[in-house]
Design a binder for this molecule. Structure first.
Ligand SMILES: C[S@@+](CC[C@H](N)C(=O)[O-])C[C@H]1O[C@@H](n2cnc3c(N)ncnc32)[C@H](O)[C@@H]1O
Length: 234
């Protein structure tokens, strides 16, 4: 089989991009978070997103994991509406847990500028209007390091038109990865396209970027995260 890490010309991604939706069994508190808190935050991609708490900008994080990054963004940028997209149910529970006290899952106050999408990111991306987003985050996406799984990567030649369509001209796409295969893949895929312009490329987390759980894990394991910013060409 050819090494697809050096060949961005590959099959379109499959319908299902993510690996698994549930890990260990959910505890009652987690069940309540999904049953009672999640519906209060679930975003309606067909409604005008600008109405989201009167926010001036809408930012999407794809693969929000445990949600620490999205929660930090929402707290630091009250005029940005943050949509955290995550399919893994245990991750969604970690995202929601710090937002409401035990027993207040159905009633506790929630951040006005945070919303959640709990299905495949591509379903959301397809439902969004053109130029709906002011910023996109893809922090430590699943690397799918085996060449035969490369088609599942979110950075993929076939995904770029979809990402470009929903981003405003000039909007930033912030991306990070600690996986050497994925780092080379990003270089190759992004060098071979014209929809996004490179804005920065760094081995240090840029100022103002909240840390993530996978980043901490990568650093503990001695891996070197790399951080990019691309902008949607006008
Ligand atoms: C390696 S984790 C990184 C999580 C987090 N961004 C961090 O840095 O800690 C990647 C996450 O992306 C989620 N994910 C993968 N494919 C997805 C998709 N198509 N739609 C939504 N989430 C997805 C996975 O469930 C997983 O939680």
């Amino acid at each position: 089989m050819p090494d697809q890490t050096t060949t961005p010309r590959i099959k379109p991604p499959p319908e299902r991009l993510y690996g698994r939706q549930t890990g260990h069994a959910l505890r009652p508190r987690q069940e309540r978070l999904l049953a009672e808190t999640l519906p209060r935050l679930r975003v309606d991609p067909t409604a005008p997103l600008a109405a989201l708490a009167g926010c001036r900008e809408i930012w999407l994080e794809v693969g929000a994991g445990g949600g620490e990054h999205a929660r930090a963004l929402a707290a630091a940028h009250p005029t940005a509406g943050i949509i955290a997209c995550e399919v893994f149910r245990n991750g969604l529970c970690s995202l929601l847990g710090p937002l409401v006290a035990e027993g207040a899952e159905a009633t506790g106050a929630l951040p006005a500028n945070l919303r959640v999408w709990d299905d495949d990111a591509r379903v959301l991306l397809r439902a969004l209007a053109d130029a709906a987003l002011d910023r996109l985050y893809l922090m430590f996406p699943d690397p799918w390091p085996k060449a035969r799984h490369a088609k599942r990567r979110l950075v993929h030649p076939h995904m770029l038109p979809l990402l470009a369509r929903v981003l405003k001209p000039g909007a930033e796409w912030r991306l990070a990865s600690d996986d050497p295969t994925y780092q080379s893949w990003v270089e190759q895929v992004m060098a071979a396209q014209a929809l996004f312009a490179p804005a920065s490329d760094s081995w240090e987390r840029p100022a103002g970027w909240p840390p993530t759980r996978y980043e901490a894990k990568a650093l503990r394991a001695g891996r070197r995260p790399r951080y990019w910013v691309f902008t949607r060409r006008r």
